[in-house]
Design a protein around this ligand. Structure first.
Ligand code: BGC
Length: 375
């Protein structure tokens, strides 16, 4: 009697546990460590008169086939492929594709990921062109784009291919983005019912936006946020971000006694001043870990998986030893919290390579390996 009671109890507990683990949880776990591929997002390389639609060249893309093999060989399990599909279609209804070549490039990238047994995230990146193209991110247009993308990739393996709705929605209110995301989800589900979707929230996919939001009804979603903290370190030298960051250099990680950084005189943007003032605290492992735990707590509370779609540091001025210390700190925390992730990015300004080479620096290798070691 006693024995069968315990058996039933164990079965009941197991059933509860597996019920809480959705297909999205299982697929998220398999993502493990990932890498972003930068290239099909670089719309600014296109011609303004052609509304950037010619930004990616077939001949240059073909040279990138080997890159997928290199990424797989380096032990990454997932590639996030940021693609500005939006640059290849017109801006007024009826929408239509204007650059079939671009679409073929995207197909090649997805195929090369699959040839190398990598999970592939098809990420709709920069669809709003940072506000420079009117109507580019209108809900009707983004939904149209997704209907087309879902049709194009619906026959890919849903265990390996993921659809990410929109990278870093910004200049859009929380509820507006939520409504747009709901429309996209509805449209994709009619076409690709089994693919796992990746969805982040407003305010550039920030962690804060995630923890202040509620999950969607669809249970096959992995939630994403980006983690570039401490921003003063990861974006020192960056010309595309907050004013004053471009002038920041030699910021150590973590903070040390000799740290001294001054915002340039002409910077009225208080953000950089704030980042300098709080750097000592912001670069402590304890603070970073506590922040990231809030996202993990959110995921546990709502019984949904989370994934860090971007993190990394800009190579321009940061010293290799500091970048490696930062990477190792972050990978260790992700490992402890079991959060799958994708480094930003393989061979552009945030790469992990030894200076002047295309081989991962030894201390970066150690940093990546610390993810698995913590689990
Ligand atoms: C943007 C890149 C940028 C990176 C780091 C990405 O989401 O697409 O252009 O380099 O964030 O700031």
């Amino acid at each position: 009697m006693k024995k069968s009671f315990f058996l039933i109890l164990i079965l009941f507990v197991c059933a509860q546990f597996s019920a809480a683990r959705t297909i999205a949880h299982k697929r998220a776990e398999r993502m493990s460590v990932g890498m972003n591929i930068s290239y099909l997002d670089n719309w600014w390389n296109g011609t303004k008169a052609k509304i950037y639609g010619d930004f990616a060249k077939t001949s240059e893309a073909a040279k990138r086939e080997k890159m997928f093999a290199d990424i797989a060989r380096a032990g990454f399990k997932t590639v996030r492929i940021p693609i500005n599909f939006g640059a290849w279609a017109n801006y007024e209804k009826p929408y239509k594709w204007e650059n079939q070549e671009g679409l073929k490039l995207a197909d090649s990238f997805v195929k090369w990921a699959s040839d190398n047994k990598l999970n592939a995230i098809i990420d709709l990146h920069h669809v709003e062109f940072d506000g420079s193209v009117k109507g580019a991110a209108a809900t009707e247009r983004v939904v149209w784009l997704w209907r087309e993308i879902a049709e194009r990739y619906k026959n890919t393996d849903p265990e390996k291919v993921f659809f990410e709705l929109r990278n870093e929605p910004h200049d859009i209110k929380a509820d507006e983005w939520r409504r747009q995301a709901e429309e996209i989800i509805k449209a994709i589900r009619k076409i690709a019912p089994n693919h796992t979707l990746i969805v982040g929230f407003h305010d550039w996919n920030s962690r804060q936006a995630l923890i202040e939001s509620e999950p969607f009804k669809d249970s096959n979603i992995i939630y994403t946020f980006h983690y570039y903290d401490p921003f003063l370190f990861t974006h020192q030298g960056a010309t595309w971000s907050n004013k004053g960051l471009a002038e920041m250099k030699n910021i150590p990680f973590p903070w040390k006694e000799t740290f001294s950084a001054k915002a340039p005189q002409n910077v009225d943007d208080t953000c950089v001043v704030g980042l300098i003032n709080t750097y000592e605290k912001d670069s402590q492992e304890a603070k970073m870990s506590a922040d990231l735990k809030t996202a993990k707590d959110w995921s546990e509370k709502h019984k949904v998986p989370v994934f860090i779609g971007e993190f990394g540091s800009f190579t321009r001025y940061a010293a290799e030893a500091d970048r490696c210390r930062h990477a190792e700190t972050v990978y260790k925390i992700f490992g402890k919290l079991k959060i799958p992730n994708a480094w930003w990015e393989w061979d552009g300004g945030f790469n992990m390579f030894k200076k002047g080479a295309t081989e991962i620096a030894d201390c970066m290798r150690k940093a990546v390996d610390s993810f698995e070691a913590q689990k």
